[in-house]
Design a protein around this ligand. Structure first.
Ligand code: SF4
Ligand code: SF4
Length: 219
């Protein structure tokens, strides 16, 4: 089987937000919508405090509360672990937004563009009228993954089969791959480094792992 996951090395992230910008470019998300965020967090107790930059997005949970909350089956989990959103089936009720503990979902009433009425080239290419009035979120760049696999590429290894945020990171803080493959980049990193998953006590089964040895950080 395949089980896709992302590993975020908090020791490496410098908070540049290049991944946020790469996601916006790749997915043409409208103003105010950030499928990928990088949150500036202070941890510790004075005077032993530390500033940490925490990239976050949909965690493609194993037990996704958004899927359980969705009354129209617009949100589903694929066999490879990716949680998808079907814009045509979504009725825009927003129950999934309330259910998600990671604040990873956005409802857009009227899709607009970064600079007025005229779309930029990437916005024109990606514009989808079905996204008006419904909920959207990070897809792990599922189209890129599927197209890459069809060409015989490996997600997390070949850039043309890998999420845009991972490809863009200037600090090599992000890794993507198959947790069911013991030799994958993500499996090796988790074997070799202390890590945590956010809100693990809530049983969501997040598939975003943070390399960090100073305790859990909660957003
Ligand atoms: S992070 Fe939120 S939107 Fe993503 S699968 Fe989990 S509950 Fe659903
Ligand atoms: S691109 Fe890399 S270093 Fe920059 S904010 Fe994103 S994860 Fe951090």
């Amino acid at each position: 089987m395949t089980k896709y996951a992302m590993v975020v090395d908090l020791r490496r992230c410098v908070g540049c937000q290049t991944c946020t910008a790469a996601c916006k470019l790749a997915n043409a998300t409208p103003p105010g919508v950030m499928w990928r965020r990088v949150v500036d967090v202070e941890t510790g107790t004075f005077p032993n405090v530390q500033r940490v930059f925490v990239p976050t997005s949909c965690q493609h949970c194993d037990n996704p509360p958004c899927v359980a909350a969705c009354p129209s089956e617009a949100t589903k989990k694929r066999a490879d672990g990716i949680v998808t959103q079907d814009y045509e089936m979504c009725i825009g009720c927003g129950y999934c937004i309330t259910a998600c503990p990671y604040e990873a979902r956005f409802k857009v009433e009227d899709v607009d563009f970064a600079y007025g009425d005229e779309p930029m080239r990437h916005e024109a290419e990606k514009y989808n009228d079905d996204m008006n009035g419904v909920v959207q979120k990070c897809t792990f760049c599922v189209d890129t993954i599927d197209e890459g696999i069809a060409k015989g590429l490996t997600p997390g290894v070949d850039p043309d089969a890998t999420p845009a945020c991972v490809n863009s990171c200037i600090a090599n803080a992000l890794t993507f791959g198959d947790l069911d493959d013991p030799d994958s980049n993500v499996s090796k990193k988790l074997r070799d480094n202390q890590h945590f998953r956010m809100h693990e006590d809530e049983g969501t089964g997040s598939n975003m792992y943070y390399l960090w040895d100073k305790g859990e950080i909660r957003l």
